[in-house]
Design a protein around this ligand. Sequence first.
Ligand SMILES: [Zn+2]
Ligand SMILES: [Zn+2]
Length: 459
Amino acid sequence: MHSTDRASAEPASTPSRAAAPPLAAPPSAAPLSSASPSGASAPGAPPAAQGAGALLEEAGRYAADAVALRRVLHAGPEVGLQVPETQRRVLHALDGLGLDIRTGERLTSVTGVLRGAREGPTLLLRADMDALPVHEATEREFASRFPGVMHACGHDAHMAMLVGAARLLAARREEIAGQVVFMFQPGEEGCHGARYMIDEGVLAGSGPDGGEGRPVDAAFALHVMPGLPSGTLHLRPGPQMAASDKFRIVVRGRGGHASAPHGAADPVPAACELVLALQSAVTRRIPATEPAVLTVSGLSAGSLPGVIPETVDLTGTMRTLSAGTREVLHALLSQVAHGVASAHGVRAEVSIGPGYPPTVNDAGFTGFVLRAAAEALGPGSVQVLPEPGMTAEDFSYVLAEVPGALAFLGACPPGLAPERAPALHSSRCDIDEGALAAGIACHAAVALGHLSGRAEAAP
Ligand SMILES: [Zn+2]
Ligand SMILES: [Zn+2]
């Protein structure tokens, strides 16, 4: 999960080092009480021919190794697109499973392809690998060994769960009709790692060299959430997370003596009016039914009482849930900035740094995941998320190419009420390792359901 924006529209080769604010936990929802959520269209059968909870029990056999791997990864966090030590550990953990392994060219990604016993579709399961430039303040014995770097977004747990799922699924290869692509991607935190992996062929089914792979036709990812009850799964059809774009506006006037503003072109009142005008514009120009957030989070101008400055610098973020609203908001930002500046006789220079697109879950696939997870975890542990979060994820790039879903996995630490758990990106962020088995089970349930060879199991 990503909450800091990049300055450039293009993927960059250096990781973002910006400090990141804590993320609020998404709201909880009613348990999944029926087999089909509203908005989900696919019919479907249970994912695996075994009783409810059996897959969770089976996943539990891989959980101790997953916890051990998570702790090793947690102690050695790396940021950005280049996470070589993390890559080495993932490769080691996947060794011996019989996967076709490929590593990234421009980033230290790992793609493992499990070929089932029979022909069938290709499902991608994803885990992100990178940590954050945050100084860890937990006192766990496996806390980060590196000052100023921390797995504060749970990506260590994501890798551990996906390795666990790879082990479980490799052991059940005979039941699989099709392929599972295990996508381990660096650079989720603002570095567009998923975009790089798509460019290098991860959706081709077997990496850039092609091979026999059938293109990926569905994709699934989990993100742990300390603010949700441990072991529960939460997702919704449609937007699950927002598009996130950063902006900067320089209001350029003409400096002067503060006692004689008529002799200058004062950018300060223009900038103040601009902040408020932008808020009005969002509420007046974007339909109330279309969520949009525009926050001016930085504002800097002169420092001397007697001097009118030349410029005022404004920075902020925009969050939207659809491509259309995103486009409208971008246009609105420029129009209002130039208009307000013009009214004050100053100029506005506007730049927008596009971040990630909205993360949109396919309705049919979401319905399938809800049913598969309810079968694996029990219906009381699976919930339709009532509303999207306004944070962003680069798994959105994958979901823009193929149908699929991202789900939140509750991982509230033991002994804490979910609403009291330190949020993702916090220096005190922690998770319940007991949730790893549920995550392994969810990955496996989705894979076994989608690749069961029964047409009705796939959306
Ligand atoms: Zn994050
Ligand atoms: Zn994350």
